[in-house]
Design a protein around this ligand. Structure first.
Ligand code: HBI
Ligand code: FE
Length: 435
């Protein structure tokens, strides 16, 4: 008897933390009237798949959606290393509904599962996505697979000092809010040295292998003394440079973001950039994006009008897209923005950031050890890719204009039941129903 009742208790507790019937009724009524502005109490049950360290971020997300946390209760879940959390919040139905949609959207890869059965507050058919540039404060879910703290093969795994440095720089990104200036990082001698090594190899390769648009801006960045061999440029000065050229700006990111969050920022001509530097022992390769990759790889082309437009259109296509469509857009992004090649007369040049910030793969991509195929969104979107080793296949665009045209035709066939239009005056996305 005793055994039966204790296991009963466990079954029950596993789902609802013993919420009372009144609380469940309230949660359901919130679900049915999500537009109500009056403040109510609601309960959320979440599973933290990557341990307790994601809890502060969740509480911060609740705060961002103007929720007031009234009660938090945690316990280890059945799976080792995972925790279940009960959070009671006071907030309007409207904000609650946005919060839950945001948690659901960001959760698939961000180490969080919303066990929302008990609140059941909103239907997912109306997906949350950022409507204004400030909503990107909630689009910072990380994919943790390559972090030095968690990945034993990471070059910084055994280096305590490096890990502490990474943590410090990540905190800056987590604290960042829309409209803040990007804090300057006083880079250390070691970090500047790592930059210098990569920068100097690149200076030799750019004239021969980079596309002409990249070369033009690279030159300009050198003339304006933003790119110099002896110091890592600061994100704020680069952001100001981009703004003058194409209206793109930067915001700091703590690491590799989920594809959905990363792509959504591009819709606002905002690039989420990491700010830490790869480990000095591995200057020419990094398993995750770092500031050297972002700066040398991405920044020059984000200052090119045609490429900037292409990037924004990938971002706009991602808003409210299904998980399958996000996967396809990521793959297209991978084979263009990250690893793209393009034609220049009879020659083939590199424009992908993953190539222009890693000379090993740059030389490989232009050698006869790999295959070149013409860029065609419908086939490129479903090509499996390699994120651990050099690519066996690269896609070659005729020009950015041509890639953009092909991409537009392909995107038009996506299933989304609405269209989006960016309004640069208000930095917001307008949603147009298309029947
Ligand atoms: N996150 N910080 C950051 N930087 C990137 O370049 C990046 C990312 N997340 C995903 C991503 N790039 C792409 O590979 C696509 O999945 C969109
Ligand atoms: Fe990148």
């Amino acid at each position: 008897k005793a055994e039966a009742s204790s296991s009963d208790g466990e079954e029950k507790g596993d789902d609802d933390f013993g919420l009372t019937e009144e609380e469940l009724v309230l949660a359901r009524s919130i679900a049915e009237n999500p537009d109500d502005q009056s403040v109510q109490t609601a309960a959320l049950v979440l599973r933290l798949r990557e341990g307790m360290s994601s809890l502060p971020r969740i509480l911060k997300t609740i705060e961002n959606f103007k929720g007031q946390v009234a009660h938090v209760e945690t316990r280890p879940s059945k799976k080792e290393g995972q925790f279940d959390v009960l959070v009671k919040v006071n907030m309007s139905r409207h904000n609650l509904s946005s919060l839950i949609r945001n948690l659901r959207q960001g959760s698939s890869l961000g180490g969080l599962t919303l066990l929302a059965e008990d609140t059941n507050a909103v239907t997912v058919k109306d997906p949350w996505f950022p409507r204004h540039a400030s909503d990107l404060d909630n689009c910072n879910h990380l994919m943790t697979k390559y972090e030095p703290d968690l990945d034993m093969s990471h070059p910084g795994f055994a280096d305590k000092e490096y890990r502490a440095r990474r943590k410090l720089i990540a905190e800056i990104a987590f604290a960042y809010k829309y409209g803040d200036p990007i804090p300057n990082i006083p880079y250390t001698e070691t970090e500047n040295e790592t930059w210098k090594r990569v920068f100097n190899t690149l200076v030799d390769l750019v004239p021969k292998h980079a596309c002409k648009e990249y070369q033009r801006v690279f030159q300009k960045l050198r003339e304006e003394k933003i790119f110099e061999p002896h110091r890592v440029p600061q994100l704020q000065e680069v952001s100001d440079f981009l703004k003058k050229n194409t209206g793109f700006t930067l915001r700091p990111a703590a690491g590799l973001l989920t594809a959905r969050d990363f792509l959504s920022s591009l819709a606002f001509r905002i690039f989420q950039s990491t700010q830490y530097i790869r480990h000095i022992n591995s200057p020419y390769h990094t398993p995750e994006p770092d500031a050297i990759h972002e700066l040398l790889g991405h920044m020059p082309l984000l200052a090119d009008p045609s490429f900037a437009q292409f990037s924004q259109e990938i971002g706009l296509a991602s808003l409210g897209a299904s998980d399958e469509e996000i996967e396809k857009l990521s793959t297209i992004y991978w084979f263009t923005v990250e690893f793209g090649l393009c034609k220049e007369g009879t020659e083939t040049k590199a424009y992908g950031a993953g190539l222009l910030s890693a000379y090993g793969e740059l030389l490989h991509s232009l050698s006869d050890k790999c295959e070149h195929r013409p860029f065609e969104p419908s086939t490129t979107a479903v090509q499996p890719y390699q994120d651990q080793d050099y690519q066996p296949i690269y896609y070659v665009a005729n020009s950015f204009e041509d890639a953009k045209e092909k991409f537009r035709r392909w995107v038009a066939m996506m299933s989304r039941p609405f269209e989006v239009r960016y309004n640069p005056h208000t930095q917001s996305v307008e949603v147009l129903d298309s029947v």
